[in-house]
Design a protein around this ligand. Sequence first.
Ligand code: ADP
Length: 561
Amino acid sequence: MKEDKIIIQQSLIYTSVIIFVLLIVLLLILLYAYIKCAKENRVLIDLVNKRSGFFRNIIHEIRTPLTAIIGLNSELKTKALLNSKECRSFMEAIDRQGMHLLKLVNQLLNMSKINAGKDNIQWENGNIISYLEMVINSLRINAKEKNQSIYFMSNESHIFMDFVPHYIENIVQNLLINAIKFSPPKSIIQVSVKKNKGIFVLEVADQGIGISSENQKKIFDLFYQVSNSISENGSGIGLNYTKQMIENMKGRIEVESEEHLGSVFRILMPIKHNSNLKLSAGNKKSPEGAFVLKKTFLQIKQPQQEADMSDSTKILLIEDNRDVVLYLRALLSDNYDVVAVDDGVEGLNLANIIIPDIIITDIIMPYKDGLMLCKDIRNSDILNHIPIILLTAKSSVDDRIKGMQYGADAYIVKPFTSNELVAQIEALLENRKLLKEKYMRSILKGDKILFNDINMNFMQKATDIVYSEMHNAQFSVVSLAEKLSVSTSQLNRKLTAISGYTPSNFITRLRIEHAKKKLVKDDKPIGVIAEECGYYDLAYFSRIFKKMTNKSPSQYRRSHR
Ligand code: ADP
């Protein structure tokens, strides 16, 4: 009986141990499943984020050329007075932008073919050195635009091997375009080639911004872009496509890079001779895309940077797509002076020189994007009065709010119609005109209502200086500029923009306004009041006074007492 009890107790203990162990195993399985699920979710969220980033960039890439194509075409249709040279340049720009779109679409299509394993690879056997020379030569013009030089170095004049010509063309183009894009002006890009134990080695080295070791692991992933303002102008597909093409030729790609020093992209490919198709000197095909690029860039003129100080309304256009610039110039240059540059840093420098009446800027730009540019302009004493229109492919409400928070006055989404842009410019200029009158009225009246306004602060500073030098007949525009720490031309454009008066008229206006008050309040002789207002020649003072008030000083005194 007792033994039976012991057996039952033991089996109960065994059963509970087994149940306990099973429970632990179940818990571990559940924990594992949970961790796996969370990891997959993270990967999924990451993929969704990458995808939406990719689509945003692709939309920018597509909308910008579309703006130029639709805009230039409507100019061709509506402007009867275009001369044949203008017509031709518009048509060439449409052609260029069409080619750019086609290239983008082809690249996407080729990638999807490679991904699906449906790419029809055309191996050929030939001298890869002379083929590379052609591809590189066609890109020299792109480098020259940034004053960069491309050096091509090879120990051998011939390396005969199997390769896929259109892959090599696309690979070298992608690597060189990146090297140009991510390197500063006047730098050197070196392409070198060598043969090492049956392996063909090609290196593209630049002196650019470099890539951190963490990012080096990710740049070949689809859609991956290092977050900096230069990268924003791309789509994060180039290096992934490059890697796929190299792997299809049984090769591999490596990167070595140091931040702020530069990068080296290295391609290694086995040298083989299996192809029956010979790429001989006779049938040496000119790389198609490369030819198009060369033709394209040869036709583009440098933007003009005329910085004259004429009175006409000046628009500073900051946009890196030359054809959008061409379209906007065509649209605006009849009525305004248009000066164009292609990046934010240059834009800010030029704005400080010419003090434009309005700035139209793209958001996505190299070196300094449109939002940072807005911020810098709003923080500048000299430039903060200038209205800014952001031109962009981004169109979400959040983007608009962000634009406004950085100080933009208007937001126009690409592709836009000419009426939309012109109406916006006119509305902003009209608004500034009303503000000018309001500012000047409050300065003359000594109104305090607008005193928190940045433009009003500048005018108040200028007014205080003029008042402190009121008795000084020698006080001039040059002295005012010196006291405000700006150049005379900057003062001229800034003060005219916010007050509607040139600096010399502004000083005269304040002197006469002061004289008016004194004539009514003080009993001093007119000659003394004239001297207190900086006029030591009474006849001259009376002439100026009459011109501005339609009354002589004594008439004015009589009628206001
Ligand atoms: P994208 O079209 O955006 O340029 P890529 O796939 O060609 O895409 O490049 C991915 C990222 O790798 C870029 O966003 C850039 O940050 C980085 N990168 C590529 N080439 C270079 C280079 N030569 N120097 C510095 N960064 C580079």
